[in-house]
Design a protein. Structure first.
Length: 450
């Protein structure tokens, strides 16, 4: 930390001291504040108005119990969260994650990332996140419905189209959004379409929302490759995860001519050197809600590698897209990717690469698109969903896809601009952090000391 300006170091110490039991939150703050080192001397107001501490402390944090009944009639208790991190640019906006690893620190890390991501889209949305330690895996449809209803019975009083607009994340897809909205409607007696995004297109959802995060991560990758005179066509790609983001990253990579040879879930990896079969994958994951292991059972050319027997990142590829979860790609994985010929990494997930992995990518001059820039397509199309709801309009697939592609190109341009202007290191991480921060900072300064 020696070379860091005193104010950054002091803020980091302050954040560490008051959040010491939340390592992923500290990791996310650490990365952003380090990027801001060159900016604080150019904008004295940042320190004078104490923006660094202010942006690291959520505006409001809610923790509540979620009591629901399982199919055996037993009463179950989970913990629910909503962290309203920063509303300088607009209503809080960010997804809900249902996963057993969820705790306050995880939701704070995701909410913090969301501030800068939302800012980078150029849209009027603040940053927030929520979720629960509920595990939808292995639960019946009715159990998921009862859980969502109980979760919303507390959350509904804290959200609204101009207050806080949740969406999906890990474990929360179209099905859960439907149950959550249904309960909100019942409790409030209002059909507030703009209160939640990721809705089914039959009742207020936007075309391309389901695809947006995965497509967007590939559009960002395309922009990065262009800077080196490269393209996606003909390249071999590996995508971790097999959920919403991974599936549609795979779809778009295939559409643009890549050979996608592997994907994964928490049990292991499927590897198919000739290229995955998207329709089969979608059938198993999106329709049957099955496991990746059964893909290998149905496709004889695919091999299933259990998690304990090896990481997806040891499979040779030129393009790598981590689309599963935080810290899934370590320094060892980064070295394996580089030694096998990887030239670019675009993060579909939030903070999937460890700081050690990112350092290695930068040292080895690998094109590296950090999540808060590369996966911003999801929230960008969520905001387009809100616009369509407000206008009672419904845009075509081509129209929304074009806006998504333009937004991703715009975010890429912002990252390049700010990394060239301020960062000696000249990388996308600094560009995204600085570009995202400065817009929020300007709004916070305008609003005064609140
Ligand atoms: P899903 O729940 O649809 O899918 C998550 C996928 O990641 C599943 O295949 C899951 O496997 C896998 N996974 C989770 N943990 C691990 C692990 N430890 N090792 C290997 N695989 C794992 O979630 P999403 O696709 O929506 O989200 C994926 C990532 O993208 C998250 O980081 C999320 O925050 C981020 N993101 C999502 C957005 C969206 O629009 N949905 C927007 C921006 C970012 P398993 O089934 O075994 O758990």
């Amino acid at each position: 930390m020696k070379s860091l300006p005193k104010a950054i170091k002091e803020t980091l110490d302050w954040v560490h001291a008051r959040n010491h039991s939340e390592p992923v939150f500290i990791q996310a703050v650490d990365e952003v504040l380090r990027s801001l080192a060159p900016v604080i001397s150019a904008y004295p107001d940042i320190l004078e108005e104490n923006l660094l501490q202010r942006i690291c402390e959520p505006e409001r944090q809610l923790i509540f119990h979620v009591v629901w009944q399982d199919d055996q009639g037993r009463t179950q208790v989970n913990r629910g969260f909503r962290v309203k991190f920063n509303s300088a640019l607009g209503p809080y906006k960010g997804g809900l994650r249902f996963h057993p690893t969820v705790n306050l620190g995880v939701i704070k890390f995701l909410g913090f990332e969301q501030i800068f991501k939302n800012s980078l889209t150029g849209l009027s949305i603040g940053g927030g996140k929520g979720g629960s330690d509920f595990d939808p895996k292995g639960k019946s449809e009715r159990e998921v419905m009862r859980f969502c209803q109980s979760f919303m019975t507390e959350l509904y009083r804290h959200i609204g189209p101009s207050e806080d607009v949740p969406a999906g994340d890990i474990g929360v897809g179209g099905r859960e959004i439907g149950y959550l909205f249904g309960q909100y409607k019942r409790l409030t007696n209002r059909y507030d379409l703009g209160v939640i995004t990721g809705k089914d297109t039959a009742w207020g959802g936007s075309l391309v929302r389901k695809e947006a995060t995965g497509f967007g991560a590939v559009y960002f990758l395309e922009e990065m490759l262009k800077t080196r005179g490269e393209g996606i066509e003909g390249k071999t790609a590996v995508v971790s995860g097999s959920g919403n983001v991974a599936l549609y990253a795979i779809r778009k990579l295939m559409d643009l001519g890549a050979n996608v040879v592997a994907c994964s879930d928490s049990d292991g990896t499927v590897h198919q050197p000739g290229g995955l079969d998207f329709d089969q994958l979608r059938q198993i994951k999106e329709i049957e809600r099955g496991r990746i292991r059964s893909y290998a059972e149905r496709c004889p050319k695919a091999k299933f590698i259990p998690r304990k027997k090896g990481s997806i990142w040891t499979i040779p590829c030129e393009l790598a897209l981590p689309c599963a979860t935080q810290n899934e790609l370590t320094g060892v994985d980064a070295m394996a990717l580089i030694n096998n010929g990887c030239i670019a990494v675009s993060e579909g997930a939030n903070m999937p690469s460890t700081p050690e992995a990112i350092n290695i990518f930068h040292k080895k001059n690998i094109l590296f698109g950090p999540g808060k820039a590369a996966n911003a397509g999801g929230v960008a199309v969520s905001a387009l969903e809100m616009q369509q709801n407000a206008a009672l309009a419904s845009w075509t697939f081509a129209e929304v896809d074009k806006r998504l592609r333009d937004t991703m190109a715009g975010i890429h341009g912002t990252c390049v601009h700010y990394s060239r202007k301020f960062s000696k290191r000249g990388n996308y991480v600094d560009g995204a952090n600085i570009g995202g921060f400065l817009r929020v900072a300007q709004a916070m300064l305008s609003h005064g000391i609140i």
